[in-house]
Design a protein around this ligand. Structure first.
Ligand SMILES: [Zn+2]
Length: 196
């Protein structure tokens, strides 16, 4: 992935927001931070969008369990409140288990089609079509997808289970609180989302 670090005003950084990261109801960009209501499209802060999908084979339908955007300020706050040990465990897992080469190959093949980068679990390499549960996330600024901090990711159910097992009980409780406060999601569903 080539990096553009130029300051040129007339050449916007990043890529347009892929359709998969739009608000699934309105099909427009997600406009506000889930925690502080910050106006994300003002472009002042980076933000992260995460979505959790579940496929019900009997209905041949993929449903979005939840989706949210959180601004960089709230994201830092949130991560700062999670146990350091759990976050280090997660970071180590991602650093050692991600199939970086496969991801880079997809990015090189489809430089302008980020949805193609999300075709396989970034950890296990499982094709999306074979997953019944997966989580996606990416970093944005204004109406642009940014890749300078992290590329968009897709993680399947098996890897999510392994990641969940790395979290301390304290961290799981804190994530439960975050999900409950922001989405009214009960703890038994929270295991489907890892705050990355
Ligand atoms: Zn915020």
């Amino acid at each position: 992935m080539e990096e553009h670090n130029s300051e040129e005003e007339n050449q916007p950084e990043g890529l347009p927001i892929p359709e998969i990261f739009l608000n699934s109801d309105t099909k427009s960009p997600i406009t506000n931070c889930v925690q502080c209501d910050y106006d994300l499209l003002s472009g002042g802060r980076y933000y992260v969008i995460e979505k959790v999908f579940k496929k019900y084979p009997s209905f041949q339908k993929t449903e979005i369990l939840f989706e949210y955007a959180v601004c960089s300020k709230c994201y830092e706050n949130m991560r700062g409140q999670l146990s350091k040990e759990s976050m280090e465990n997660l970071a180590a897992y991602m650093a050692t288990k991600t199939d970086v080469q496969a991801l880079q190959t997809r990015m090189a093949l489809y430089p302008d089609q980020p949805e193609e980068w999300l075709s396989h679990c970034m950890i296990k390499g499982t094709p999306k079509s074979e997953l019944t549960e997966f989580q996606m996330g990416a970093c944005f600024k204004g109406d642009r997808l940014m890749t300078n901090y992290m590329p968009p990711f897709m993680i399947g159910g098996l890897a999510l289970e392994e990641m969940n097992a790395l979290l301390s009980q304290q961290t799981k409780d804190e994530m439960d609180d975050f999900m409950g406060d922001n989405f009214g999601i009960p703890p038994e569903l929270r295991k489907d989302l890892i705050l990355i």
